[in-house]
Design a protein around this ligand. Structure first.
Ligand SMILES: [Zn+2]
Length: 360
């Protein structure tokens, strides 16, 4: 007896199953047809040996009533639902992780903070090796960018959550609950030396170096390194912008940067903001490059830092608007700019925007 049709029928069942495994759902129709054929043929063959006319007749009648085996879809093909979408939307997921950012030309802690929607202090507090304000940023410096405003604390030997709370003022509950810290849901909370802990809303310290010679408390320009001879001109009491427009502020006045940075081109003229006497013109020990300090003789000093060249000398009188330097990027700087400061004689650094006319 020729059994090849039966074999072919059995094969007909196996083949579609295999194809279904590959997910070719469209072949389902073909499966049904093949299964149907596979079932019919063996039945026909199995009946033939009996060869009784009655049975043949029965067969003829029975054929349409043959039950199809249930269509087994293995694994179930469920299709892939798709919505017609004309554009891709990146969902806004909360980010709990620290990312790394490489400082580029023209960057400041302030501008980087703005890019990541953080306070500029958080740039310092995420990188505790930055000691002196944003001035220590260099092109290529790799910074930790915190996911939230706060402090990145590295656990030391014997550190406790109580101590971290005391240091930065963030309650322990908030520290352990912060998802990026991966603390368990319940205590005990283990701290391992070297572990980095994000302290959300934590307040660290802001340390920055005064440009130029240090003013000794109460000594003003009698401090070592500053010109202490007779003053030449007295200021008008009104300040003008130290560079010509357009003015592009690259770093505003903030806690660790009591100054106003303005982007310039190389060797752009820098002008005295008011009349006065130069009390320092030279190299800053603290990363401010070529620096000019003017005493206006009325209780105010102004500072101009990172110059390519200083054009004045200590003891020299300058008039308001007189060119005193050519701007540059000397000292710790990521691009050509002027770092401009207004200071109470030997005291606090004030926000220049409170004294300058509206930005031209
Ligand atoms: Zn600056």
């Amino acid at each position: 007896m020729n059994r090849s049709p039966f074999s072919r029928g059995a094969g007909g069942i196996l083949l579609p199953r295999y194809l279904q495994w590959t997910g070719a759902g469209l072949l389902s129709v073909a499966v049904v047809m093949a299964v149907f054929a596979g079932v019919r043929r063996p039945q026909a063959l199995g009946v033939q040996p009996a060869a009784e006319p009655q049975q043949i007749e029965t067969l003829t009648i029975a054929t349409p009533t043959v039950e199809l085996p249930p269509l087994v879809v293995d694994p179930p093909v469920e299709g892939i639902p798709r919505l017609a979408s004309l554009h891709t939307e990146i969902p806004e997921r909360p980010n709990y992780k620290i990312v790394q950012y490489t400082v580029e030309a023209g960057d400041s802690a302030w501008s980087i903070a703005r890019q990541f929607n953080l306070q500029p202090e958080s740039i310092l507090w995420g990188n505790n090796w930055i000691n002196a304000e944003a001035g220590s940023l260099q092109i290529g410096t790799v910074l930790n960018i915190l996911p939230v405003d706060g402090v990145l604390h590295t656990v030391g030997e014997g550190d406790t959550l109580e101590r971290i709370q005391l240091l930065y003022g963030t309650p322990i509950e908030d520290i352990v609950a912060y998802p990026g810290n991966n603390f368990p849901l319940e205590p005990p909370y283990e701290l391992t030396p070297g572990q980095k802990i994000i302290v959300p809303s934590g307040q660290g310290q802001v340390v920055w170096q005064e440009p130029g010679p240090k003013v000794v408390a109460g000594m003003g320009r009698k401090s070592p390194g500053l010109y202490d001879g007779p003053l030449v001109y007295t200021g008008t009491g009104y300040f003008i912008w130290p560079i010509a427009p357009p003015i592009v502020i690259t770093q505003n006045y903030w806690g660790a940067h009591p100054a106003l940075d303005m982007g310039t081109y190389y060797r752009q003229p820098v002008f005295a903001s008011d009349a006065g006497t130069v009390i320092f013109s030279g190299w800053s020990e603290w990363g401010y490059g070529n620096l000019v300090i003017i005493d206006h003789g009325n209780g105010f000093w102004t500072y101009y830092a990172h110059n390519a060249f200083n054009l004045v000398e200590a003891g020299q009188g300058v008039l308001q608007g007189q060119q005193i330097a050519e701007s540059g990027s000397t000292g710790n700087s990521t691009g050509e700019h002027v770092d401009f400061r207004i200071r109470v004689d030997g005291g606090s650094f004030l926000n220049p925007l409170d004294f300058l006319p509206p930005k031209p």
